[in-house]
Write a protein that binds this ligand. Structure first.
Ligand code: LLP
Length: 423
């Protein structure tokens, strides 16, 4: 459920009509709904309420805006970060270091040091070499790093290949059959305290079975580790639960279904469970609003050219995935349209030959479900400035990131003196 609804024939973000926001900030812009973010955080907490002290660490990569993180911090969420930049954002948002977990397949020495300096809860270690590097760095600093070993359980998540992470051929995690030996080694290394194990098998999962298969493997692993006399106090089950993008498709499993499965599979584990949802919290809480620049009839297709493009929202181009496209002030009927952006790439396409509500030049449209992996994956390709982000809360709105100016965009370039005129 989200709070982007039609009221008196105009699409609103909570209590505010989108045309008024467009008037204030220009187009394109990302718009987030605070009520939707809060609702998703609460739904997730409720779904996991049968568990003992679960830690829900929002996957910052999904939406790293510090205002969004601050809102989620107030809801009691922690953070799953994968870079020093994401860690800085989480800390800036007021998320306590003790609720931050650092994941990622290639953490630099600098990042390991920064994480230890910040005193975060846990580093999820992804390789033998990283473990040894961390041991050397932590002991050199006189610190102890609490770690989980990220396990690659070799389970097919059944999702898009580009967001699948738990198969043997993926770069993520430590092959499950090597984890016991490494965990035993970790418990003897200076500067390291192994707290548990972690897994994340993929994103946008529409089936609980692969997750259940992976979690079951983790449960057996916990048993084997304890059987070897090793202590396991935390298990991080990652994120990955899918959300609806295409209203014509069946719904994904609900957070409640997920929570019930987790409670059943983890009975008797006697650990603190951690979760890293990203999309589930932020996906439906954001939209990208754009204006129709041109209607153009090609020989084979009717094109709707928006002022937003693949650089603003890359998901359709990168994964070929569906985002619902809604007119902000819908007209009656439908039209067949290929909805594209102005970027000079054929792949700059939001929808191919799709029936949408009819639009005319100057109309506003909303690309739905863009709150996760939207603004954060944007680039400035074609020298298009990053678009603003707006947060709506009831009848209040705030620009939580202004539009990048052309001066900011171009002004970062430096021309060497030997190329300057007259040199
Ligand atoms: N934890 C780890 C270790 C992850 O790698 C990810 C996502 C998450 C948690 C959060 O997953 P979620 O709950 O959001 O599914 N750009 C892609 C998604 C990439 C996800 C990468 N890792 C997209 O737009 O679909």
């Amino acid at each position: 459920m989200d709070h982007f609804q039609l009221k008196d024939g105009v699409l609103h973000a909570e209590d505010l009509p989108l045309p008024a926001i467009a008037e204030a900030v220009g187009t394109p812009f990302y718009c987030y709904s605070a009520a939707t973010l809060r609702r998703h955080a609460r739904v997730m907490k409720e779904a996991l309420s049968a568990l003992d002290r679960p830690l829900i660490a929002f996957a910052v990569k999904a939406n790293p805006n510090v205002a969004v993180l601050s809102l989620l911090a107030k809801e009691g969420l922690g953070a799953d970060v994968v870079s020093e930049g994401e860690m800085l954002r989480a800390l800036k948002a007021g998320i306590a270091p003790g609720r931050i977990v650092f994941s990622g397949v290639g953490k630099t020495d600098h990042e390991l040091r920064a994480a230890l300096d910040a005193g975060i809860l846990q580093l999820n270690v992804e390789s033998e070499s990283e473990l040894r590097r961390l041991s050397a760095i932590a002991s050199g600093m006189g610190r102890t790093a609490e770690i989980a070993l990220r396990v690659n359980p070799d389970v097919d998540a059944g999702t898009h290949a580009k967001i699948s992470t738990g198969k043997a051929e993926n770069k993520f995690g430590i092959p499950i059959d090597r984890v016991e030996a490494l965990y035993a080694e970790a418990s003897t290394l200076p500067g390291i305290r192994p707290a548990g194990i972690a897994a994340h098998i993929g994103s946008q999962l529409f089936d609980l079975a692969p997750m259940e298969a992976a979690f079951t493997k983790l449960g057996h692993l916990v048993g084997r580790l304890r059987g070897a006399g090793l202590s396991v106090t935390r298990v991080d089950l990652g994120g990955g639960l899918g959300i609806p993008y295409d209203p014509s498709l069946p719904l994904p499993p609900s957070p409640a279904d997920y929570g019930a499965m987790v409670a059943r599979v983890t009975t008797g584990w006697n650990v603190q469970l951690m979760f890293e949802p990203g999309r589930l919290i932020a996906g439906n809480a954001g939209i990208l609003v754009a204006r129709v620049i041109t209607l153009k009839s090609g020989a084979a297709r009717h094109f709707v050219v928006l002022d937003a493009a693949m650089n603003d929202l890359i998901r359709p181009t990168l994964y070929g995935v569906y985002h619902d496209i809604r007119a902000v002030v819908p007209r009656p009927g439908t039209m067949a349209a290929t909805v594209v952006g102005p970027v000079c790439e054929t792949g700059d396409m939001f929808a191919e030959d799709r029936r949408i509500t009819p639009v005319e030049e100057g109309d506003l449209v909303a690309l739905m479900t863009a709150g996760a992996y939207g603004a954060t994956m944007a680039s400035t390709y074609n020298s298009r400035p990053l678009v603003p982000e707006v947060l709506v809360d009831g009848d209040r709105m705030a620009v939580i990131r202004p539009r990048q100016t052309l001066e900011e965009l171009v002004g970062l370039d430096r021309v060497p003196h030997w190329l300057k005129e007259g040199a």
